[in-house]
Design a binder for this molecule. Structure first.
Ligand code: TRP
Length: 466
């Protein structure tokens, strides 16, 4: 086969691909979402399921996405159309690309609002707002922020503008430096926070929560009502753990596929995917190790919800020497991590508009940004004026998050696994991976049987059939 080229350009090396994909993977999912959903779902057992999903579902599907992207060399929609024709499969497979575009747009709409919180906290930290605050002090700081739609809107607007700016310039230009220096810096700061957590006297309790499994909590969802814990049978924590494996690795919507389409031909797909998966997991676990000891040391609730890191870390910054500096730096780095993730959420749609509608990147970015911004207002209001408006017992934000992370991404991933394991000819995937036969067989077994089965079993379990 003559080698296809992407009209959008190519990463200059394998390292740049790894940096960009790690930049996409490491974001709010690791530092903000992982700790709070772990807290809500009972800790250790949830973490084990999450790790298992990363290994048997996430990494094989990441390899599949990169492989498909590099072979198709276009936006996920057109890549799926081209490859399905080539492999003799139905054209309808381009639906995988379409649902990915939709999922990316839905996720970005709320991702930007949460990244806005981090922006707000940069200013808070820099102006000494955390100095000496206690647990109730940080709680009211947080509640004041999310209760104020105008402030949330302003920060959401700023973050969307930042995202559109980088997307308009092209993913390669601004991004490479950001990920080369800022990601390692974020990681080092998280380790500093773990150091602080070790001195709270509650470090082992935090680790216990994170790593000692209580399988009862996996099959039951528990809520503290008037100081008493009430539990009911629910398959949901397992689904949430799997959904998060997709979310945190940026899988199931074409983000990694489109990054793969810019990957140089010679680079190893398997090695890259394993490395990205390991780095991403490491960041999440270190964030958890920093946060839970602070939760217990201050009598906070692990299941506090989406505000968890914003109600815990400022206590540490308020108490530690140099906290004003470290606090500011931490939230700046968190914003950068979110920034390098956000652009990948919208890149598949931008690439498609450039390919099929002959738009410039700038126009495509502006239009998509505008629509996403409007939808984001729903999330802004779900924390204040619409906090009582519930759909299926969930706020607008909770619903969007649930629908995308726990349903759309695993479904997208399932289809990608079926396409690459069952419809694509073995010669094609083997040719694209160009890896050792043993490694290829492991991937093939996983993608053909294990990953799809795991997703199906978890889905059936969640709706109460298994
Ligand atoms: N993985 C990112 C995080 O953990 C979020 C993200 C970026 C994402 N691109 C994605 C999630 C694509 C799902 C799909 O913060």
């Amino acid at each position: 086969m003559a080698e296809r080229q992407s009209i959008h350009g190519q990463w200059s090396s394998r390292l740049i691909f790894i940096l960009a994909a790690t930049g996409s993977a490491v974001g709010l999912g690791n530092v903000w979402k992982f700790p709070y959903i772990t807290g809500e779902n009972g800790g250790g057992a949830f973490v084990i399921i999450y790790l298992l999903c990363i290994a048997v579902v996430g990494i094989p599907i990441m390899m599949a996405e990169v492989m498909l992207g590099r072979r198709g060399r276009q936006s996920p929609i057109n890549t799926m159309t081209t490859l399905s024709a080539e492999e003799g499969a139905s054209r309808e497979w381009s639906l995988v690309g379409w649902s990915g575009v939709l999922a990316g747009f839905l996720i970005l709409s709320y991702y930007s609002v949460i990244a806005g919180w981090a922006l707000a906290y940069v200013v808070r930290a820099a102006t000494g707002g955390f100095g000496g605050v206690d647990a109730s002090g940080v709680q009211s700081l947080f509640n004041d922020l999310v209760g104020d739609p105008e402030r949330l809107m302003a920060w959401h607007t700023l973050f969307m503008l930042m995202t559109m700016f980088v997307v308009a310039k092209g993913v390669k230009a601004g991004l490479e430096k950001a990920v080369t220096y800022l990601m390692p810096a974020l990681f080092i700061l998280l380790v500093v926070l773990v150091g602080y957590a070790m001195n709270t006297g509650f470090f082992t309790q935090g680790l216990d929560f994170l790593f000692t499994p209580d399988f009862y909590k996996l099959l039951h969802s528990c809520q503290v009502v008037d100081g008493v814990e009430q539990c009911e049978v629910s398959g949901s924590p397992i689904l949430v753990a799997m959904g998060h494996a997709f979310f945190t690795l940026s899988l199931g919507m074409g983000a990694i596929m489109v990054y793969g389409s810019y990957m140089p031909k010679k680079a190893s797909i398997a090695g890259s995917a394993i490395l990205i998966g390991l780095l991403d997991t490491l960041v999440a676990l270190v964030a958890g190790m920093a946060i839970f000891p602070i939760v217990f040391a201050n009598g906070l609730e692990p299941g506090a919800g989406p505000g968890l890191i914003f109600q815990t870390l400022p206590i540490a910054f308020g108490a530690m020497p140099g906290g004003q500096f470290f606090g500011t730096l931490f939230f700046v780095l968190l914003v950068f991590a979110a920034w390098s993730s956000a652009i990948s959420l919208i890149e598949p749609a931008v690439a498609w508009l450039v390919e099929n509608r002959n738009m410039t990147r700038i126009r495509a970015a502006v239009w998509l940004g505008l629509v996403t911004w409007v939808l984001g207002l729903g999330t802004v209001f779900s924390f204040n004026i619409w906090s009582d408006v519930k759909f299926f017992d969930k706020t607008f934000f909770d619903l969007l998050d649930y629908l995308t992370a726990n349903i759309m991404l695993p479904l997208g991933g399932l289809l990608i696994a079926i396409f690459s394991g069952w419809l694509m000819k073995k010669e094609s995937s083997r040719d694209e991976f160009a890896m050792r036969p043993a490694g290829y067989s492991i991937w093939w077994t996983l993608i053909r049987y294990i990953s799809p089965l795991a997703v199906i079993v978890v889905f059936l379990n969640a709706i109460g059939i298994l």
